[in-house]
Design a protein around this ligand. Structure first.
Ligand code: SF4
Length: 175
């Protein structure tokens, strides 16, 4: 399946480009406080994704070449992490594109905003300086992704998926 064969995937690719561009600008703003580097995999763990993301990633990958990846020692590790590197880096899910950045989201327990940060970053940063301009708006982007997925599943294989279904990423090669 290619993006040309599945036009429902195009909004996902467009959103991903917007996210990349936004993350790049945030990385520039916080450059001094980010310790992210090749070989650090603290943020990498087994995740599941919406169907639109699953099929958009699937359409880009040569799955045969990935079928021989070593099986992780435990269930928590991402199936695509090998030798501390992401083997699907260019096609990685949007959540992986935000690794290391300050993520702002509404708390489930209260109507307060909360921040999610990697413990290795912002070690000498004054948290009072975080605001809506220099953080990643998780809820806003997740709402966009939710809507794109909702439109996708509505027209996909006779309603095979519900809009809230998620698919383990490892099923790209384990189905
Ligand atoms: S897809 Fe890549 S970046 Fe995302 S968790 Fe897996 S190894 Fe890490």
């Amino acid at each position: 399946m290619s993006s040309a064969e599945k036009p429902g995937l195009v909004p996902y690719y467009k959103l991903r480009t917007e996210i990349d561009s936004f993350c790049e600008s945030l990385e520039k703003v916080h450059k001094k406080h980010l310790n992210c580097k090749k070989g650090c995999d603290l943020c990498c763990m087994a995740i599941s994704v919406f169907p639109v993301e699953f099929y958009a990633i699937k359409a880009e990958l040569d799955l045969e070449s990935l079928s021989g990846l070593p099986v992780p020692k435990d269930e928590v590790q991402c199936r695509f992490l090998v030798d501390h590197s992401c083997t699907i880096y260019n096609s990685r899910p949007v959540i992986c594109r935000t690794h290391g950045l300050p993520l702002l989201y509404m708390s489930m327990e209260s109507d307060e905003y909360e921040l999610s940060l990697c413990e290795l970053n912002f070690t000498e940063y004054d948290f009072e300086d975080f605001d809506e301009e220099n953080t990643y708006p998780m809820d806003r982007i997740n709402s966009k992704l939710y809507q794109i997925n909702k439109n996708f599943v509505a027209g996909f294989e006779g309603g095979k998926y519900h809009e809230q279904d998620r698919i383990p990423l490892k099923e790209l090669i384990e189905r």
